[in-house]
Design a protein around this ligand. Structure first.
Ligand code: HAM
Length: 429
């Protein structure tokens, strides 16, 4: 029987996911490192939580009526027929972690940072993907407007220190659930009267999650909302004074903000303060670099004590897009600083020199295969390295190598003992 060669099929990545390669990886890692360093400086150490959880956790916390739960979750049954879901966001998992490990015992608030891939089956466009990445913080256990201010200020400071200037902080309060319940009745009534023949999407929102009608893009609804009842006007004293204290705190910290009455956000667990960091460089539908808010009932809903929480998450991809648009992406040189070339029978000493440089922490590559010196120099140029070390047979007999500055083309000789030092002088490490 003849053996058939396997059929060659090119399989591309699924829609809405992508690979991070080359300079993008360096910028990505740098952004992540800076975020977790900033968070740690503010007293939010990193925790790592799983990428999938029981589906029920997200249905209960994010909310059955939200777009995320109704249309966007990647849910599957495992081999034991349990329903699991790839996390669409991190707050639910963080709260589950807090409750599961009784972290309230260690003193409150419990403050922590987290990050990683999140999954939502959304309509894909620039800044909106199916696997995307967030990092964020949560602070659980203390009801103090000053903690809201700290959390908002941390995200703001991080984004500003990246050098972003086209940034607007939007803040709002959506009050307590009972205040909201009173408001949505009046709101639904007002919108239905003002806009006969509502678009089916908005009608569905009014049925399932009336507050989300504040996100409507229908100009008739937008106009009706401008003259309609405002949630802020129906809030009780406690909610008003909490929000007032948050705004005072932001003023005192010198953080500019806009109060946006329509900022309700797409997750059901929020109560009182909500906020977003919007970038002027992205389309308005995807202009949130991050967002967050206060959640009063979530810890209890997840089986824990009745403790409030506040946090935010930032979108890594959107931040990188905003940095690119504002021209502040860091220059990334090649992945190595030095490349070692060899001529004739010098592969062994060339590898030894490379090993010594790597041992000293110098990013070093070598050339593989049997190539001409010309081909090796071509590879050296492509590598992005700053210096090429050329190890030649005759030079080695004299105990020297040639160093070539790949930017200027200048060449010099170095003794085997001084190679490392001379290279470090050129690359400044
Ligand atoms: P969120 O507003 O759903 O909030 O997501 C936060 C950020 O993640 C967004 O502002 C955006 O930058 C990014 N993001 C969301 N969906 C996508 C997507 N499909 N593609 C690319 N980026 C996306 C939350 O997730 C809450 N857990 C935030 C929070 C933490 N609230 C309290 N604590």
């Amino acid at each position: 029987m003849s053996k058939l060669a396997p059929v060659s099929i090119r399989i591309s990545a699924p829609k809405g996911v992508y690979d991070v390669i080359g300079a993008d990886t360096v910028r990505w890692d740098d952004l992540e490192t800076r975020f977790f360093e900033t968070a740690a400086t503010w007293g939010y150490p990193r925790v790592r939580i799983p990428v999938f959880e029981h589906t029920e956790l997200f249905v209960r916390s994010v909310g059955e009526a939200t777009d995320i739960v109704r249309k966007e979750m990647y849910t599957f049954s495992d081999r034991g027929d349990r329903s699991l879901t790839l996390r669409p966001e991190g707050t639910a998992g963080m709260v589950r972690c807090f409750v599961e490990h009784s972290l309230d015992q260690a003193g409150l608030p419990w403050k922590a940072a987290y990050g990683g891939p999140m999954f939502r089956a959304e309509n894909v466009q620039r800044g909106r993907y199916r696997q995307f990445h967030q990092f964020g913080v949560e602070a659980i256990g203390v009801d103090d407007p000053a903690l809201d201010v700290e959390v908002i200020a941390l995200g703001w400071a991080f984004l500003r220190h990246l050098g972003l200037v086209e940034l607007t902080l939007l803040v709002n309060t959506i009050g307590r659930p009972e205040e909201r319940a009173r408001y949505v009745e009046v709101l639904a009534d007002h919108v239905r009267k003002a806009v006969p023949g509502l678009d089916p999407d908005d009608e569905e929102r009014l049925e399932l999650n009336p507050l989300r009608v504040l996100d409507s893009r229908d100009p008739r609804v937008v106009e009706a909302l401008a003259t309609g009842p405002r949630l802020r006007d129906v809030l009780g004293d406690e909610s008003r004074s909490h929000f007032g204290a948050v705004l005072d705190g932001l003023d005192a910290a010198g953080i500019p903000y806009e109060v946006d009455d329509t900022l309700v956000r797409g997750l059901d667990y929020y109560t009182s303060t909500t906020f977003e960091y919007a970038s002027g460089t992205l389309d308005s539908a995807q202009n949130a670099l991050g967002g967050g808010g206060h959640y009063d009932g979530l810890v209890e809903m997840c089986g824990g004590p009745p403790l409030p929480g506040i946090g935010f998450a930032l979108g890594v991809e959107r931040i990188l897009i905003a940095c690119e648009s504002e021209g502040i992406l860091a220059e990334v040189r090649g992945t190595v600083d030095v490349i070692v070339l060899h001529v004739g029978e010098t592969a062994v000493p060339a590898r030894r020199i490379a090993a010594e440089l790597r041992e000293a922490g110098v990013r070093t590559d070598v050339v593989f295969g049997n190539r001409s010196l010309k081909a090796q120099f071509k590879q050296a140029d492509r590598s992005g390295a700053r210096v090429a070390v050329v190890v030649g047979e005759r030079d080695m007999e004299r105990g020297v190598v040639t160093l070539r500055d790949l930017d200027t083309g200048e060449q010099s000789e170095a003794t085997l003992d001084s190679v490392r030092q001379e290279i470090e002088e050129v690359i400044g490490s």
